[in-house]
Design a protein around this ligand. Structure first.
Ligand code: GLC
Length: 716
């Protein structure tokens, strides 16, 4: 084991010869002496095995989108990007390999395991007090990250792995998806319905059926005639269309993407050097070798086929990569099925038979059948670097945008990912279900994602699989209005758009979505500060309040520096229990105009929350900055801000804004709002700290003391 000192707070312990995942952006390494491994203990065994003995109340935070609560303790996690559409409680892997966590308690430290293959983190599953990391091979980079508190540890980690992706500001608008809106007419119906009802909306998605036979970078002219004009017409209505791009490329002679990939050797190969074949939506596909920089360059340029006709955003999918089957294994199974004909299948043989068929997809054996050629020209088996596939697909797209539309931001998010991918795009949390438990799952996934740098993220609001009812979609929307990616998505279920149920529910969702648009000034400011300062966007309470009650909270979140969220996630609820770690201001309402604000004392409460109400809390000496609802983000420039302040003595807020479109980072506006109380006197000040603003007036609504409400208007 070799030890490197990255900074005072970060040490790298290198075992064997790890694969260079490029997750870490610090490339110069300074060798340290023979320091022993901090916190963790090595134990004998195959590969690298590290353990840590936890105190009874130690908490494990992080691990990205993994299931298992905000505190990840008590479970086992397998780091292996997995296409799994059943996010049931026992699942040990989802689509992301997010291998950074913080142990918090007797010792507080961060661990980042930089390893691209499959490995296990036993977070107190086998033995409640033992954390164990098991790397099957002897080659891994273990980073131990310290800091004065948890927020600092997150910041140190994020500086190590590089700055998070920035979407266009319209990516903070409401987004509507379905598998699938089958043609231009169906897309237009969605837009008509949203606009007629005045429900704000910025994007509509094109799922796989927009393509010709599921062939990437094609558009079916029969379903979408005159596509460029259609894109343009939608843009005029404030709608961007976001097509899906899948990892598998249909094998079909004459399909130019396949032909070129084949000719230039851009696809993954078998051990014998032939193009590897696996099946996804179009049937047999080839898989671009995203580890090869030439492939990435080629692939990244293919997106221009769509950006050239006005497309400004994409979602990359099936990039674990998902494999429905490989033809050779399918043949084996078919033979077995045939040979079972007429057999008496008993308890042993029947289940074996059934499993053979059920387990055709995403088999580890199939992941061992293909090879990459990486940046160093090295041939490497896919299974060893499995978790890098989605990451490098996102990277290919992002590098393409940096070359081909360098001035403008492009919306981009992926399903599979690993640490490093956060620099290139966001992620969504994949195929959840319209289950109440999955609202809670979504709430609990967000802080882990924030810690790992996946700031632009969110779940399929309303649930992807299974049929949703109006109440569930309403409650879920009321939570998702705080997540950077706010997208309603369902596949093959009853319609789930906000207007698909009854008129009342449509009004409730409209109110929540209007509130979202009104909150964008704050949400965007907090998002951008989280990117620029390597901070979290949605975080556990314990990162700001260290009392033992706050440390155990699993269903409330901090959102940016000012807000605490208490979403409703149970059916037929009329409210919920909440915990306030300090006196806070409760904002509740059905939309930005119809709301009430009152003070609530530190402690436990039961809060009535009617079905049309969204509550959130403003922390002490913090403020919430609001604009107004719009039909779509770019409809108007916000010139008037309304700032609600929870004032005890002095509150300062740095309000970040920029044009939200260009990649030019030099042009931004930073305003500082300072609100103070001295005795009975309350003052509000606005300073332009950097850049210029188009805001002309800031209205302060200041809640000072028990029941004093002071209004101040500041003209600029
Ligand atoms: C996958 C995606 C889902 C998409 C579907 C069809 O299941 O996760 O979001 O709608 O494929 O493309």
């Amino acid at each position: 084991m070799a030890v490197y000192k990255i900074s005072d707070d970060i040490s790298l312990y290198r075992y064997g010869k790890p694969y260079d995942t490029e997750a870490v952006v610090v490339r110069e390494l300074e060798k340290a002496g023979d320091e022993p491994l901090k916190y963790l203990q090595e134990i004998e065994g195959k590969g690298v095995n590290l353990t840590y003995t936890m105190d009874r109340d130690d908490i494990i935070f992080g691990l990205g989108e993994n299931m298992g609560g905000i505190n990840k303790r008590g479970r086992e996690y397998i780091s292996f990007c997995t296409d799994d559409y059943e996010h049931t409680e026992g699942k040990r892997s989802l689509y992301g390999a997010h291998t950074f966590f913080i142990v918090d308690g007797r010792d507080t430290f961060g661990v980042f395991i930089d390893y691209p293959g499959k490995f296990k983190i036993d977070a107190g599953f086998t033995h409640r007090d033992i954390l164990e990391i098991e790397i099957p091979t002897g080659d891994v980079d273990i980073y131990i990250i310290e800091g004065e508190d948890k927020n600092q540890i997150v910041k140190n980690f994020r500086e190590l792995v590089g700055r998070s992706y920035i979407p266009p500001k319209w990516g903070f608008g409401y987004q509507q998806c379905r598998w699938s809106y089958l043609n231009a007419g169906e897309v237009e119906q969605v837009v008509d319905a949203m606009r007629e009802r005045g429900i704000p909306c910025d994007t509509v998605y094109l799922d796989i059926d927009y393509m010709v036979d599921f062939k990437d970078f094609t558009v079916d002219e029969k379903k979408f005639p005159k596509f460029p004009q259609f894109v343009e017409r939608m843009r005029e209505r404030g709608i961007r269309l976001i097509p899906i791009i899948d990892a598998g490329v249909k094998i079909e002679a004459g399909y130019d993407v396949y032909d070129e990939g084949e000719e230039k050797g851009y696809f993954c190969t078998t051990n014998e050097g032939d193009t590897f074949v696996g099946a996804v939506w179009p049937g047999r596909c080839a898989f671009p070798d995203f580890l090869n920089p030439d492939t990435r360059r080629w692939w990244g340029n293919l997106y221009t086929r769509l950006t050239d006709v006005g497309i400004e955003g994409f979602w990359n999918d099936m990039n674990e990569p998902a494999l429905f089957y490989t033809p050779d294994h399918l043949e084996e199974v078919i033979e077995e099925v045939k040979s079972s004909q007429g057999e008496n299948l008993d308890i042993y043989s029947f289940f074996k038979f059934k499993d053979r068929v059920v387990e055709l997809s995403n088999r580890e054996e199939d992941y061992k059948k293909f090879w990459h050629r990486d940046k160093d020209g090295r041939r490497i088996n896919h299974h060893e670097v499995h978790n890098l596939y989605g990451y490098n697909m996102t990277r290919a797209a992002s590098e393409g945008f940096a070359r081909n539309r360098s001035e403008e931001r492009t919306l981009l998010f992926s399903r599979a990912s690993s640490i490093g991918a956060h620099r290139y795009g966001g992620i969504w949390t994949g195929d959840n279900k319209s289950w109440w438990s999955h609202i809670l799952l979504n709430i609990q996934q967000m802080p882990g994602l924030s810690m790992c740098g996946f700031l632009y993220s969110g779940g399929d609001t309303g649930g992807f699989g299974d049929h949703a009812d109006a109440e569930l979609v309403t409650r879920w929307t009321q939570f998702s209005i705080f997540t950077p990616l706010l997208r309603n998505h369902a596949g093959g279920t009853r319609p789930q758009e906000p207007y698909s149920f009854d008129d009342d529910s449509a009004e409730y969702m409209k109110g929540a979505i209007e509130l979202r648009y009104a909150m964008i000034p704050y949400l965007y400011s907090e998002f951008m500060k989280a990117v620029r300062e390597d901070r979290g966007y949605m975080m556990p309470l314990a990162f700001e309040y260290d009392d033992s009650r706050s440390r155990g909270v699993e269903d409330q979140l901090l959102c940016g520096e000012s807000l605490m969220l208490t979403p409703v996630y149970t059916q037929n609820a009329r409210g919920r229990y909440i915990y306030l770690p300090e006196d806070m201001l409760c904002w509740r309402g059905r939309d930005p105009r119809n709301r009430e604000i009152h003070r609530l004392k530190k402690g436990e409460h039961y809060l009535n929350i009617a079905i049309d109400e969204v509550p959130f809390f403003i922390r002490r000496d913090r403020m919430m900055v609001m604009g107004k609802p719009l039909n779509y983000v770019e409809e108007e420039v916000i010139r008037e801000l309304n700032v609600v302040v929870n004032l005890e003595s002095k509150a300062v807020y740095d309000f970040y804004d920029d044009d939200g479109k260009t990649t030019n980072e030099a042009d931004y506006s930073l305003m500082r709002f300072t609100v103070r109380r001295k005795g009975e006197e309350v003052t509000a000040k606005v300073e332009q700290v950097a850049g210029e603003t188009q805001v002309v007036v800031v209205n302060f609504e200041i809640y000072a003391g028990e029941d004093q409400v002071v209004k101040r208007k500041v003209y600029l």
